[in-house]
Each structure stands twice: as structure tokens, then as C-alpha cells.
Design a protein around this ligand. Structure first.
Ligand code: FMN
Length: 209
């Protein structure tokens, strides 16, 4: 089933899947992104049965609101053996959407060739999506429609250059700042803000390692 096929018979519903956002959505693919395993949370949230997922390309849950350039950067990283945290809008079988942030682990064989990818995903705060990610992705999508991925990529590069951040640094910071603003009674010092360890600690907490 390719992307076009599965989107052809798909109704897009502008409603969020209701799911337990404390859970981790996990899947395992081969080196080409073909699904080999999905945990129960994955199956529950996307609404497909196990037998509908195994053997299918991961774009089975690709949402048409996702700009291509995000997946381009994602694949460039994971193919090079680098973890990548992307904020992704996914499409459930029902046509509803769910937003996640990804975390990858990469397995290699004895010749150092990549054999599997493990993706873990968690929920993203609604405010981060509404205030920062949706407006950015909407622009990227419009640019892609008008001038192609070459120019959505150039726009993304310019956007991040202006912020002096990589994509991953930018989204980590958005989530970190949001967490900080939520914990009104926590005391954050300037030193802690500047401390890389603190950022790493935050992400370890987010992904439980
Ligand atoms: C382990 C792994 C997990 C992935 N998870 C998702 C996902 O949750 N949602 C998604 O749209 N694409 C995911 N992808 C990327 C897809 O393989 C695909 O690149 C993306 O859906 C865009 O589709 P396209 O490449 O056909 O344009 C994942 C890839 C890998 C290797």
C-alpha cells in the first residue's frame, strides 16, 4: 500500500484522537521503514489492527498536513545513525490526527549496516503545537505546494539560522520553555537555563532514559 493509495480512501477529520498522553507509542521498522513491530499503544492510538500494520511502510500513518521536508531531514539523520526528535502530526485510521515527538534508536548488524529503527513517541504540549509548530508547518506546506521541497527546505534553513538553532535544538527549547512556564512553583536559575545537562536531563525524563 503506498501513500497515495491509502490517502485516496481516507477521510481527513479535523479532530484529535483521544489517547492517554502519558503513554509511549513505539514501533520498529526495517532499514526501509517497513513496520515489523508496533506496541499496543501504537495500535490503540492509530486504530489499525496489528495485521494491517506489519509489512506496511510507515507512511501508512502519514498526515497530509505534514511537510515533506521534515521527513527528509528525519531520514537524513537516522540513515546516518543519528537520533532525531521530530514533531509529527500522524493520521489515525479513523481520519483523526495525533501529534507526537519522536525518539529513535538504531540497530546495526556485525558489519555496521543499519538493520532496524526503533521509534518511540510521546505527546507534545498543545500550546507548543498551536503557537509554534502548526504555523511553521503550514508555511512549509504552502511553500512546498507552490515551489517544491527545495524551497521549503531553504525556508526551514533560514528560519532556523535566524534562531541560531538546529531543528532539534529549536523543538527541545520550545518544549523545555513550555515545561518551565507550567511549573510555576519551580525555581529556575539562569545557570540552569544555560546548562546543557539540564536540557539533556529534560529529554531523558521525556523519553524515560
Ligand atoms: C522507525 C520509523 C518511524 C517512523 N514513524 C513515523 C510516524 O510516526 N509518522 C510518519 O508520518 N512517518 C514516520 N516515519 C517516516 C516514514 O517512513 C515516511 O518517511 C513518512 O511517513 C513520509 O512518507 P513518504 O516518505 O512516503 O513521503 C517513520 C520512519 C521510521 C524509520
Amino acid at each position: 500500500m503506498n501513500q497515495e493509495n491509502h490517502l485516496q480512501n481516507r477521510v481527513i477529520i479535523d479532530k484529535e484522537v483521544s489517547w492517554d498522553k502519558t503513554q509511549v507509542i513505539m514501533s520498529k521498522t526495517n532499514a526501509y521503514g517497513i513496520i515489523e513491530y508496533a506496541n499496543e499503544v501504537f495500535v490503540d492510538v492509530c486504530g489499525y489492527e496489528d495485521y494491517e500494520l506489519m509489512g506496511q511502510p510507515h507512511n501508512i500513518i502519514r498526515h497530509p498536513d505534514m511537510p515533506k521536508v521534515i521527513f527528509k531531514v528525519l531520514w537524513e539523520n537516522i540513515k546516518n545513525g543519528k537520533n532525531f526528535h521530530a514533531i509529527v502530526k500522524n493520521l489515525a485510521k479513523s481520519g483523526r490526527y495525533y501529534w507526537v515527538i519522536t525518539d529513535f534508536e538504531i540497530a546495526r548488524d556485525e558489519n555496521d549496516v543499519i538493520v532496524n529503527y526503533f521509534a518511540r513517541r510521546q505527546a507534545v504540549p498543545q500550546e507548543v503545537i498551536a503557537m509554534h509548530i502548526e504555523p511553521l508547518y503550514k508555511k512549509l506546506l504552502q511553500i512546498e505546494a507552490a515551489s517544491g521541497i527545495e524551497f521549503s527546505e531553504k525556508y526551514l534553513i533560514g528560519f532556523l539560522e535566524e534562531k541560531k538553532r538546529t531543528y532539534v535544538e529549536y523543538i527541545k527549547e520550545l518544549i523545555f520553555e513550555h515545561e518551565k512556564s507550567q511549573s510555576k512553583f519551580a525555581t529556575y536559575t539562569e545557570e540552569e537555563d544555560a546548562d546543557e545537562e539540564e536540557h539533556r536531563g529534560f529529554f531523558s525524563r521525556l523519553f524515560g532514559r
